[in-house]
Design a protein around this ligand. Structure first.
Ligand SMILES: NC(=O)c1ccc[n+]([C@@H]2O[C@H](COP(=O)([O-])OP(=O)(O)OC[C@H]3O[C@@H](n4cnc5c(N)ncnc54)[C@H](O)[C@@H]3O)[C@@H](O)[C@H]2O)c1
Length: 353
């Protein structure tokens, strides 16, 4: 049984604490929580009957912790992960792992030096239809990739950004690309492969924030395929879509729904046993835009630790989509196509405005 502590008792901590505190993950249990805002730590601590702290070091020093989960604002993930690595416990950190590549590298280095594993939450990879799509990619059912598209059309009003001062800022969050669409950027690259270059334009259309609420990106992959990212939190009046399309020379898959949860198209030139049932069997309606994936993600973490397996999204894997996100902002700022790998120069992400 892994004793798990939570650092940061905000919005997403609700999901994590319910899974860990209600014993929904076999092999894990919640043993402590902390947040500098005492009422937040207290609310979760009392609900699950675990000790609560306002300081992460005091919590770690109290012991009884095998793994720590970092759920703080993105811009401070690096500072917190690097500090926690000193305790030599495995670390789970919410997406995106960091904002700058320097921070990501420092986190990977700190965990490596201290012998702790770093797990980055990309729960959408575990959505039922997404895992099925990945199976088809691994089985080479598409042949040559032609086009990959992801689309995020979600609705976030000004009051969403105003609820915490870090939201929508360059130094702590970034815009729709870094926050909401980082899952979809990760998914696109996971399916189609490494990206050669990007060209992007962005706008801050309907809210007053530093970063963008709307962005479009064209991509060229190293394998020759083309791609499109379209992401906005300015869809009104409701969340409409979170989707991915993969088109190859021998087949096409489209997953839609509002949280990449509905298998909408599954067609291949060479039909295989079970293909005709995929649309009905691989579509699930999640309760919210986070999807069901956190549970599957934690089950994967337990499996990796118990069976000494390589985990799906370690620091290096998560760094890939962060590099892509940085390249996209570099393109917005310079008005040019940006080729990966590159050294961020104008990218504002992770830097004070
Ligand atoms: N995987 C997903 O789908 C998903 C969904 C939502 C949020 N997230 C990510 O989770 C992270 C947190 O987002 P949120 O919406 O919960 O933010 P939030 O602002 O609601 O919560 C963050 C909490 O961290 C606390 N905190 C700040 N400094 C701390 C410190 N030194 N020690 C302990 N706690 C500290 C804050 O007081 C706050 O309660 C972000 O990186 C976000 O991108 C991921």
């Amino acid at each position: 049984m892994l004793n798990v502590a939570i650092v940061g008792c905000g919005r997403i901590a609700k999901r994590h604490s319910e899974l860990l505190g209600d014993n929904q993950i076999k092999g894990m249990r919640l043993t402590a929580v902390c947040d500098p805002v005492a009422e937040k730590a207290q609310a979760i601590g009392e609900r699950f009957d675990v000790p609560f702290y306002t300081d992460m070091d005091r919590m770690m020093e109290a012991g009884n912790i095998d793994m720590v989960v970092v759920l703080t604002p993105t811009g401070v993930h690096a500072k917190h992960v690097i500090n926690l690595a000193r305790y030599q416990k495995d670390i789970v950190v919410e997406k995106p792992m960091a904002l700058t590549l320097d921070d990501a590298d420092a986190m990977i280095h700190a965990c490596d030096e201290n012998g702790c594993r770093l797990f980055v939450v990309k729960q959408n990879r575990f959505n039922v239809p997404v895992a099925k799509l990945r199976e088809a990619v691994e089985a080479d059912r598409f042949g040559k990739f032609v086009l990959g598209t992801v689309r995020v059309r979600w609705c976030r009003h000004q009051h969403y950004y105003d609820q915490d001062p870090w939201r929508g800022t360059w130094a702590m969050d970034g815009g729709v690309l870094t926050n909401q669409a980082s899952h979809h950027v990760d998914m696109l690259q996971w399916m189609i492969g490494d990206v050669e270059s990007v060209f992007a334009k962005s706008a801050t259309a309907l809210v007053d924030i530093e970063a963008e609420d709307t962005i479009i990106v064209t991509l060229k992959f190293r394998n020759g395929a083309l791609g499109i990212i379209e992401a906005t939190t300015a869809a009104r009046p409701i969340n409409l879509e979170g989707s991915i399309s993969v088109l190859g020379e021998r087949g096409t898959v489209v997953i839609g729904g509002f949280a990449v949860n509905q298998m909408q198209t599954w067609v291949f030139e060479q039909e295989e046993e079970g293909d005709s049932r995929v649309l009905e069997e691989y579509s699930v309606n999640p309760p919210n835009v986070y999807g069901f994936g956190h549970q599957a993600y934690y089950e994967h973490v337990v499996d990796c630790i118990e069976n000494e397996k390589q985990h799906l999204v370690d620091g290096l894997e998560a760094r890939k989509s962060l590099e892509l996100i940085n390249a996209i902002y570099e393109s917005v700022e310079t008005g040019r196509e940006v080729y990966l790998h590159f050294q961020p120069r104008k990218c504002p992400l992770g830097r004070p405005a």
